[in-house]
Design a binder for this molecule. Structure first.
Ligand code: G3P
Ligand code: CA
Length: 285
């Protein structure tokens, strides 16, 4: 079973930042991150459509141009725990291109399209899916999966980047069976199930449908081990070190030889590197 860090590695580093991506890549098989667009159409990685929860900024991400967003401190709200250790260290809102560059040859990137029809500012023309499809359709690099709760966004994306695997996200409010059947009928490669939906029959149903099964967000070591036993292909975890340790304890995981302290150290060092990198132009791939 593969392990992917959630929003980079949200328990170990500021979410959706290069620091988090590096932390995940240093200890597991890759990471998941959230794709949104700025007012001027740049694809950046941020979970919320608003700036407040993760940065010192306010208001909607989609109403700010990239340079404004890039000037924000993406570690501003990262607490551990409440010393805010990475504030003012140059941790910036990352771009899709930067995430892919970081992961190239090192692990999988799960890019979640965050266009949700009930969100303020949602555009049914799916501009985020179009922009990501344009970027990756021109030649995706590396091990990439594009996921979304929004089947319309995935359809638009696939029209532009048919060679990039896609996965339908299934929230806990839905039935596992309907999500799995819907993912298979739409031709997705994977089905990313909410943790609460995962049981042995659901995994078997998805496998029978030829789908790769990924569970999110899995932070309970007992559930990590159970999912592995049921044949889940991958889990998305806030703390990928803990997930690796859970599998290692069951004898099912290769010994990576990476300790939590080493990952923490790597995250801190990468924050320092970010100070230099933040001045570098985030040029397209
Ligand atoms: O990709 C699965 C998971 O990340 C979806 O939940 O809210 O953390 O984006 P959320
Ligand atoms: Ca996500």
């Amino acid at each position: 079973m593969r392990i992917y860090g959630h929003r980079g590695a949200a328990a170990l580093a500021p979410e959706n930042t290069l620091e988090g991506f590096r932390a995940a890549l240093s200890c597991c098989d890759g990471f998941e991150c959230d794709v949104r667009a700025t007012l001027d159409g740049r694809l950046v990685l941020m979970h919320d459509g608003f700036l407040e929860r993760t940065t010192e900024g306010t208001g909607r991400l989609g109403e700010r141009v990239f340079d404004e967003v890039r000037a924000l401190d993406a570690a501003y709200r990262f607490r551990p725990d409440l010393g805010y250790p990475l504030r003012g260290r140059g941790v910036v809102v990352a771009t899709v291109e930067e995430a892919l560059r970081e992961a190239a040859g090192r692990g999988r990137v799960i890019l979640e399209l965050k266009a949700l029809p009930f969100e303020p500012g949602y555009d049914p023309d799916e501009p985020v899916a179009r922009a990501l499809g344009g970027l990756l359709g021109a030649g995706a690099r590396g091990d990439i999966v594009v996921s979304s709760f929004n089947p319309f966004a995935l359809k638009v994306f696939r029209g532009l980047a048919p060679d990039v695997p896609t996965a339908l996200l299934v929230p806990a409010a839905l039935e596992a069976a309907s999500g799995i059947d819907g993912a298979a009928a739409a031709g997705h490669k994977g089905c990313h199930l909410a943790e609460a939906l995962v049981d042995a029959p659901a995994v078997a149903r998805a496998r029978d449908a030829g789908l790769e099964v990924v569970a999110w967000t899995v932070n309970d070591p007992a559930r990590v081990r159970a999912f592995d036993g049921w044949g889940v292909d991958g889990i998305i975890a806030d703390d990928p070190v803990a997930a690796v340790e859970a599998l290692r304890a069951s004898g099912e995981r290769r010994v990576l030889g990476v300790s939590r302290d080493e990952v923490d150290q790597a995250s801190t060092e990468s924050a320092a590197r970010a100070v230099e990198n933040s001045n570098r132009d985030a040029s397209p791939m």
